[in-house]
Design a protein around this ligand. Sequence first.
Ligand SMILES: C[S@@+](CC[C@H](N)C(=O)[O-])C[C@H]1O[C@@H](n2cnc3c(N)ncnc32)[C@H](O)[C@@H]1O
Length: 222
Amino acid sequence: MYPTMTRRVNRLTLMNRIRQNLLPHLARPGRGFWGWLALQVMIRRNQRMNGWGVDLLMLQPSDHVLEVGFGSGATIKRMARIVMSGKVAGVDHSEVAVERAARRNWRGIHAGRVELTFANAVSLPYEAEQFDKVLSTGTLYYLTDPVVVLQEIRRVLKPGGRVAIMVRAPAALKKNPVFASGQYPTYEADEVLGLLHEAGFEQAWIADSPPDGTIIGVMGVK
Ligand SMILES: C[S@@+](CC[C@H](N)C(=O)[O-])C[C@H]1O[C@@H](n2cnc3c(N)ncnc32)[C@H](O)[C@@H]1O
């Protein structure tokens, strides 16, 4: 093989190794370097998707908001700045994510406006009809039973409450070897819509996606 070709192959192999180590930590950040890196990647890569999700929810200052799968907690902090007289809650099934997000949101937690819970979203630790808005970004692919989680989200929403489910489009994930291998499912917008309908959201729709079409947002109203 020519030296330049060898270098390219080595670089590709290295990138694939990095992705393979990183991906399990995107599904559930663990301790150590890869868990730390996964949380940094989420902050950078999901910033736009989270910003769009927050815009779609049209948060009001008095809203009681829930984030399912908050990862780094950066969006919890962002939402807490908007819901000044309301509350932001979050669940994540990674202890490391809960610890890091708690550090990032210590002021809000201290003020009693932010509450972060270590929990699996298949059984949300809340009474029914608590929240005005629910956001979940980049988490759907990692859920083993997405309809059960969406039913739980519907249960904890107040009547008239809204959910925004944000995912990266399958076309944007196809270069990623772990998604390409089918280890985690990817979802087209109409498939996310189908899941919301299946979970009981009679009123649901696909939001107009930003021009490049790499991210998908689907809304539901209880
Ligand atoms: C790719 S990260 C996205 C984090 C954040 N929403 C963002 O956009 O940066 C997915 C997060 O969902 C969490 N998660 C995955 N499955 C979950 C479940 N069943 N219950 C609770 N959290 C879950 C993971 O621990 C991880 O923090």
